[in-house]
Design a protein around this ligand. Structure first.
Ligand code: SF4
Length: 746
């Protein structure tokens, strides 16, 4: 049956409608006349914002009623990230503001770490406590023994404070635990990373290849909208996934690949495209380096060779390769986003980058466009002090190609060893629940046990909060200003986030926390503004706008100043690589002692009775960040484990039965998970949505709902090139009775 755009869009609008119908917070939206009139945008006040529910950062408007209560969020039609529409999660962002489980006031620990025994404190007392702790670490070990883990817009201010203090240990788990390998791989190939939002020209593509990338469940707004448009215009979708995902259901080809064999498929596609002369000859000749070496390298990687490894039939490999070539250059082999799977992820993403180069899609309409953003001048401040050491010193000569800090590396550098002169002693953790975002929970807990100071700044209590010495309640994105959004897109834009309401309870924005801490640490010169509005207005005036203008329009579109959106016909292009060309053969990787071209390596397989654990996303949740959101838990309040019917039969499992999962190292899920028997998953794997199974009892809706995939990920395969943490090499079996708990060795 032909898939239409409306079918695909229905995924999101149905869910959004679901929010309106069932949410306890905004259920008045469908409750009759009065409520409908209250929803009238002309009678409400609106304030510009950009969404913080995920990192697509869609710009929109927060609406308040006559009493100043936040009532809804909608997209800004001038914004290229949202095109005026929010996804279900974004629409449900109001739930973050109204969540009664929010952190409400600063807390200082009184009991043992993990015991959740705190006393309430004033902001003065809590900030003084942190400043004293940081100064003690500075005096005894050096300022570079402090670290910041952050995953939110407010982290920029805390990062500025930490750099001024004298530490450059600043990391977001989104690099080593998510998209880092693709950035390094594309940089090695094109001299440019991919970035966010990805510059994939999906709206004009004729062929989109998704490898383990489930757009639709991974609800990155603009991409989903463009994919709908592309489907509507007849684009071919090819989905490679051991699971019949939403994207697979919209695809002309679904390739249910055996997990961990994707590089074999990519090499076989490369073989067909080169040896059947399907590549873009002019493009390859003009722009690439190392074609002859690549041709020789893939000589034996035939579809027949790949069949035995991937279980994908040779004729399907050939047919899909031809589909890509027929669409060239309007074809995208999507780089994906969460790509840390098997530890050879940079090489897998190199194979993706190479395939795109052979098809001539980089810099071409329907392939990858050249994104452009705007650089805003920094508010005047002194130079940061010279940094003496960073987390990298704990790993001499390793991960040199990682262009950003590794959160897992900083965690490891916290555990003292005999040959390390200083381990990290203090953590500030902002907006990320490290207990479940970093793999190998026991390792994270070991690192925490060596800390002298742990500060958690968040809107919600999470598992990490229980280990903090001080907890600071951050206000939600709907109650604060933040840095201006300047991400690159088809044209540069600036987007403003401003408060639609005073912060609830005794919560504060990060810019205020960073400034107050800076003052206490003697860093006043780095914060020479009284209020963030002064900083934002100054920045905006440097580029011909003002805070007043941005408060009115929310998003400002600017003209492109540099390159064109696409390469011109036969244009001379200098790539930022050592050879100035697109490197099919990577001289950078070779220089660092790695394979200059990707190879296939077999990965361990599950032992009998075990199944590979695959995890992913649901359209209504963003990791554990939204697990307690009252609007979104109405749509999905627990995860299920997908099990193939053949396997379920062998284990006598039934739909909706609760079971426990036990991994290869004997770790058993704390909470049981509901069985979902479905043909949509291969027999050798199971699938669950990430972000559930919370053990923090202060999360009244999320506690004990579903199981946590994170606690079952104890086998981490490190990418030797950039330190990414491969997490798909874990296997689980099923327990139908609650097990007697044994202590697991760290
Ligand atoms: S995709 Fe959805 S959740 Fe993410 S920023 Fe946009 S509206 Fe928010």
């Amino acid at each position: 049956m032909k898939t239409t755009r409306r079918d695909f869009i229905k995924i999101s609008t149905a869910s959004a409608g679901g929010i309106a119908m069932t949410s306890p917070v905004i259920n008045w939206m469908s409750n009759g006349k009065n409520d409908e009139s209250e929803l009238d945008e002309h009678k409400m006040k609106r304030y510009p914002t950009y969404c913080e529910v995920c990192f697509w950062k869609c710009a929109g408007w927060t609406y308040t009623n006559a009493e100043g209560k936040i009532k809804k969020i909608a997209g800004n039609s001038n914004d290229p990230h949202s095109n005026g529409r929010f996804c279900p999660r974004g629409t449900g962002g109001v739930g973050m503001y109204y969540d009664e489980d929010r952190l409400k006031t600063p807390l200082i620990r009184t009991g043992k770490p993990g015991s959740q025994t705190f006393r309430e404190a004033s902001w003065e007392e809590a900030l003084d406590y942190i400043a004293r702790g940081m100064q003690k670490i500075e005096k005894e070990h050096g300022p570079d023994c402090m670290a910041l883990f952050t995953h939110g817009s407010g982290g920029k201010f805390l990062g500025h404070m930490l750099k001024a203090f004298g530490s450059n240990n600043i990391a977001a788990p989104s690099y080593a635990q998510c998209r880092g390998p693709r950035e390094v791989a594309f940089f090695a190939t094109y001299g440019s990373g991919v970035g966010s939002p990805e510059p994939t020209d999906i709206r004009d593509t004729k062929c989109l290849v998704l490898i383990g990338s489930h757009i639709g469940e991974n609800m990155h707004n603009g991409q989903v909208q463009e994919m709908s448009d592309a489907i509507d215009k007849g684009a071919t979708i090819i989905t490679v996934d051991p699971r019949y995902s939403t994207a697979a259901s919209k695809s002309k080809y679904w390739l249910p690949i055996k997990p961990a064999t994707d590089i074999a498929l990519l090499l076989a596609w490369t073989h067909v495209i080169i040896y059947e002369e399907l590549y873009d000859k002019k493009y390859v000749e003009k722009y690439t380096f190392g074609f002859d070496e690549l041709k020789e390298h893939v000589k034996n990687y035939t579809p027949e060779w790949a069949y035995g490894i991937t279980t994908i039939k040779p004729d399907v490999i050939r047919k899909t390769a031809k589909e890509m070539a027929n669409a060239s250059p309007a074809v995208i082999v999507h780089p994906g986003r969460h790509v840390t799977w098997y530890g050879d992820d940079t090489q897998r993403l190199r194979a993706v980058a190479i395939l795109n180069a052979l098809l001539g899609s980089w810099g071409r309409r329907g392939g990858f466009y050249n994104p452009e953003g705007i650089h805003l001048p920094k508010f005047p401040a002194p130079k940061y002090p010279k940094i003496k050491r960073t987390w990298r010193d704990a790993f001499p000569g390793k991960y040199v190609l990682a262009d950003l800090a590794l959160a897992s590396g900083m965690c490891d550098a916290t555990i003292p060893t005999l040959d390390r002169d200083c381990s990290i002693k203090g953590w500030i953790v902002n907006g990320t629940n490290l207990i479940s975002t970093l793999p190998d929970m026991q390792n994270t807990l070991t690192a925490i046990s060596h800390l002298e100071l742990l500060v958690v700044i968040d809107t919600m209590p999470m598992e990490i909060t229980g280990y903090a010495d001080v907890v600071l309640p951050e206000c939600t994105y709907l109650e604060r200003y933040d840095m201006l959004r300047t991400s690159k897109h088809r044209f540069p834009t600036i987007a403003l986030r401003m408060p639609a309401s005073e912060p609830l309870y005794n919560s504060k924005p990060d810019w205020w926390i960073a400034k107050e801490l800076g003052n206490r640490l003697g860093l006043q010169d780095y914060f020479k503004y009284n209020d963030i509005t002064e900083l934002l207005d100054w920045q905006l005036k440097q580029v011909g706008s003002s805070l007043k203008e941005m408060q009115r329009i929310g998003v400002k579109k600017l003209n492109r100043e540099f390159d064109d959106l696409y390469f011109q016909e036969n244009e001379d292009v200098e790539f930022n690589t050592p050879t100035g060309k697109i490197e099919l053969y990577s001289t950078d990787l070779e220089g660092e002692g790695f394979d200059p071209m990707p190879k296939y390596t077999a990965h361990p397989e599950p032992q009998e009775g075990f199944y590979r654990l695959i995890y992913g996303r649901a359209p209504m949740h963003t990791f554990s960040r939204t697990a307690n959101n009252p609007n979104l838990t109405d749509l999905m309040d627990e995860n299920t484990v997908w099990i193939n019917p053949k396997v379920a039969k062998e284990w006598y499992l039934e739909n909706n039965q609760y079971i426990w999962l036990q991994n290869q190292d004997g770790v058993v899920s704390t909470f049981p998970i509901k069985v979902r028997i479905t043909e949509r998953i291969r027999w050798d794997s199971v699938y669950m949505v990430h972000g559930f199974g919370h053990s923090n009892k202060k999360l009244s809706r999320a506690h004990g709902r579903g199981a946590s995939d994170s606690e079952l990920i104890t086998n981490v395969m490190l990418d030797p090139i950039m330190g990414g943490t491969g997490m798909r090499g874990n296997f689980v079996t099923f327990l139908t009775e609650e097990p007697v708990r044994k202590e697991v060795k760290s």
